[in-house]
Write a protein that binds this ligand. Structure first.
Ligand SMILES: [Zn+2]
Length: 393
């Protein structure tokens, strides 16, 4: 049962409607850099923060695309923590409901971004406003961070992480069903190449077929490499994974192909680096398939995240959330977040927010209002406890 007053529930619900009705669709870097989808929502969020007395600094990622960092007034703490949410959403082209109506039906709000991740943003902003109206002050410095371009490779967070933010711990707002999440996997994308020798397909013995070579690599991946990953399983995240997502090779039916490329998507665990995974993968592939030539070209990597369960930020947040969400142990998620970039910069990250990732990016995205109220209540509880103790140390 929520401890929020009816007026507080109205506030968070109406704020979420306002945020959802702002189109902040970020489909890809080209469209994003052209349309600046975070411009309007950044202005609204900045005005809200200034209105409750916080000071706001903009960190441009690209022209018209700013990250925001806000500070609670008159802070003298030795440690700082922040609430965070990204401002962009994925495309609406697959949606079968009005993406921007923010209609409420069946105890749910419907529309793009309700769950991923404007619900988190509305919760944090409402909790900060309630605390401000009540005249609270805190042991730690309290900050709020809004990032751009999360949905296209967490580009905004990587840009922001280059600055010295002086933030020790952060709550990344993403749908976790209001559970404190301390870890997620990283991604490592690379292209695997095989080399052959081209010749007329009527005399294939004169050449060397790069597609046949790739088929041996894929058999190795499926039959040997993937089963071997089980023994590396992480207690909260399970094993690392590998999936072959795309393959290209050859130029014509009657030519023996000289090259073939397969795109590999590794999901890596805390403690694994893309370099180590690459070296180990290539070494075992080469020893399993000794007569072929393999090489890789990296596409993209994002760091895994893990904040230790005994870190004060984790312990304090779980302890003060558990009367509301019944959580006793940290949780993990399979998806990727801004925590990768910000964790790499030395900030202790947890991921937490209302709603289920099962609704994110879908044709009928929605957020359960009970989740919205619960996230707000937990965020407020953390702030309440932060009046008398540091949450970070
Ligand atoms: Zn998100």
């Amino acid at each position: 049962m929520s401890q929020l007053t009816a007026a507080q529930k109205d506030h968070v619900r109406e704020l979420l409607q306002k945020l959802v009705r702002i189109n902040s669709v970020n489909e890809n870097d080209e469209q994003g850099d052209r349309d600046c989808p975070e411009r309007e929502i950044a202005n609204v969020v900045e005005a809200f923060l200034i209105d409750i007395g916080m000071s706001v600094r903009r960190y441009p990622m690209a022209p018209g695309r700013d990250n925001l960092v806000a500070h609670w007034p008159d802070q003298t703490g030795s440690k700082s923590f922040a609430y965070q949410a990204h401002m962009d959403t994925v495309t609406v082209s697959n949606m079968t409901i009005d993406p921007f109506s923010a209609n409420i039906e069946d105890g749910k709000m419907w529309g793009r971004g309700t769950c991923d991740t404007k619900g988190s943003m509305a919760s944090w902003l409402t909790a900060l406003k309630i605390a401000k109206d009540a005249g609270w002050s805190f042991v730690d410095n309290v900050c709020f961070v809004a990032t751009c371009a999360e949905e296209t490779g967490t580009r905004g967070a990587y840009s922001l992480a280059k600055h010295n933010l002086d933030i020790d711990a952060i709550c990344i707002g993403e749908p976790t069903n209001c559970q404190v999440v301390t870890c997620h996997k990283g991604t490592y994308w690379t292209q695997l190449h095989t080399e052959g020798k081209s010749c007329h397909a009527s005399m294939p013995e004169k050449g060397h077929n790069a597609i046949h070579a790739m088929s041996k690599a894929i058999q190795f991946i499926e039959n040997t490499y993937i089963p071997s990953l089980d023994k590396l399983a992480h207690p909260l995240l399970g094993p690392p994974t590998l999936s072959v997502g795309k393959i290209e090779g050859g130029i014509a039916t009657n030519i023996v192909p000289a090259s073939c490329t397969a795109n590999l998507d590794f999901r890596i665990l805390p403690g694994q680096s893309p370099q180590d995974v690459n070296q180990q993968f290539l070494a075992s592939l080469r020893s399993a398939v000794p007569n072929e030539t393999f090489s890789t070209t990296d596409i993209h990597a994002q760091t895994p995240v893990e904040t230790p369960a005994d870190h004060p930020w984790v312990r304090n947040l779980i302890a003060s959330a558990s009367p509301i969400n019944d959580q006793t142990q940290p949780a993990g998620v399979t998806y990727y977040t801004d925590a990768g970039a910000l964790g790499e910069a030395g900030i202790n990250c947890i991921v937490f927010g209302p709603g289920s990732i099962a609704q994110a990016h879908t044709a009928t995205e929605f957020l359960d209002l009970d989740q919205l109220y619960q996230a707000t209540e937990i965020a407020l509880n953390w702030l309440n406890n932060a009046q008398s103790q540091s949450l970070v140390s």
